[in-house]
Ligand binder design. Structure first.
Ligand SMILES: *[C@@H]1O[C@H](CO)[C@@H](O)[C@H](O)[C@H]1NC(C)=O
Ligand SMILES: *[C@@H]1O[C@H](CO)[C@@H](O)[C@H](O)[C@H]1NC(C)=O
Length: 178
């Protein structure tokens, strides 16, 4: 019985240690898909935090960046009211970022998956955000010429993409510790 209890204690400790795992932010930011300098700037204030805390912090930031992008697109739709081609581009981007199935719709899943340790579900939700970036900025289908957007939207959307890839990089480390 004693031996059994100490085994349970050992297992519980191991599980919580994994959840609390700390990985140096420079190691995370070295991921091939990540803009390293951008990543270090974003995560610097959280150096030493465990992976789950780091993931939640980055999800919160992604949500802010997506909101900023949606708000910018709303402004652009009004601004280009008399330019049908531009307007239809921005209306499409609004749907991709802010619509009912757009980027904004993925955050509940992303956070619940993180809490539940479902890192595949989390990855899928992040891809749901990346799809908005790709379709709005790079064009719907491969080979399609992207809209020559002179507004600030490509810059805002690029920040969304950068932050999304940082979450994917953190998720890779979380998966290794399952
Ligand atoms: C990486 O992010 C920085 C801003 O932190 C930016 O100046 C730079 O152009 C980005 N690099 C790439 C390859 O996107
Ligand atoms: C983003 O906008 C949604 C809806 O407008 C709001 O519920 C949410 O709190 C906002 N999130 C952030 C991080 O600003």
């Amino acid at each position: 019985m004693i031996r059994y209890i100490s085994l349970v204690v050992f297992v519980l400790c191991t599980v919580s240690t994994y959840a609390m795992k700390v990985v140096d932010i420079h190691t995370i930011c070295k991921d091939v898909n990540v803009n390293t300098s951008f990543c270090i700037t974003l995560l610097k204030s959280k150096q030493g935090a465990d992976l789950v805390t780091l993931a939640q912090y980055t999800i919160d930031d992604l949500q802010i960046e997506v909101n900023n992008t949606v708000n910018l697109i709303k402004t652009l739709i009004h601004q280009y009211d008399k330019d049908p081609e531009a307007k239809s581009h921005y209306v499409e981007c609004f749907d991709l970022f802010g619509g009912p199935n757009g980027a904004v719709s993925n955050f509940e899943d992303m956070e619940n998956s993180l809490k539940g340790g479902d890192y595949d579900g989390m990855t899928e939700a992040v891809y749901g955000v990346l799809v908005a970036y790709e379709s709005c900025i790079e064009g719907e289908s491969p080979g399609e010429i992207p809209y020559p957007d002179k507004s600030l939207l490509p810059k805002y959307a690029k920040v969304v993409e950068n932050v999304a890839y940082i979450i994917l990089a953190i998720t890779k480390f979380l998966k290794r510790n399952v």
